[in-house]
Design a protein around this ligand. Structure first.
Ligand code: GAR
Length: 188
């Protein structure tokens, strides 16, 4: 059995989708969810499905040790970022080399980097008049959105699309592909 921890900062629809996808799976389990936000919607979403969640301060994430202790307690093999808005600090990168995976809601290297998260990304895509956007699943390294790309999937952006329309299309791709791509990686 491989245990995954999901890190999420907000609503947590991707985290919930992971929990549902792997429920009853004999090889992969969502063991725990960690957040930098005590009030994030993700807690209720996953607790309802029987998955424990914990909130840590920004300082604790930067220091790393309190997070590592929690990950050890839950025998975590892989870390999955799903709308996690803090940078991942060195102690975690060191402890989980090539075992931290992120999803970015655009086609990296476009629309990545500091400040590019959630709706900001979709607003920038619409403002730039892009004809397509999508998702990028990638390994996490010390630089925002620059780790090796594992998977990308594309969707069209129509001239009439608002940022909300784009967000909706991107979410569909995220729910469809993210758990599957992780499952495939973990089975290797
Ligand atoms: C997702 O669209 C994810 O790709 C994005 O935040 C959203 C979280 O939604 N992540 C980033 O922007 C990271 N740079 P959720 O909380 O409903 O899963």
């Amino acid at each position: 059995m491989k245990n995954i921890a999901i890190f999420a900062s907000g609503s947590g629809t991707n985290a919930e989708n992971f929990v549902k996808y792997f429920s009853g799976n004999k090889s992969v389990k969502v063991a725990v969810v960690l957040s930098n936000n005590r009030k994030a919607g993700v807690h209720e979403r996953v607790n309802r499905l029987g998955v424990p969640s914990f909130a840590f301060s920004r300082d604790e994430f930067v220091e790393g040790a309190p997070i590592l202790r929690k990950l050890t307690e839950y025998h975590v093999d892989y870390i999955i970022l799903a709308g996690f808005m803090n940078k991942i600090a060195y102690p975690l990168l060191e402890a989980y080399p090539n075992r931290i995976i992120n999803i970015h809601p655009a086609l990296l290297p476009k629309f990545g980097g500091k400040g590019m998260y959630g709706m900001h990304v979709h607003e920038a895509v619409v403002a730039a008049g892009e004809k397509e956007t999508g998702i990028t699943i990638h390994y996490v390294n010390p630089h925002y959105d620059e780790g090796e790309v594992i998977f990308q999937s594309v969707c069209p952006v129509l001239p009439t699309d608002t940022a909300e329309d784009v967000a909706q299309k991107v979410h569909v791709l995220e729910y469809l592909h993210y758990p599957q791509v992780v499952e495939e990686l973990l089975s290797k």
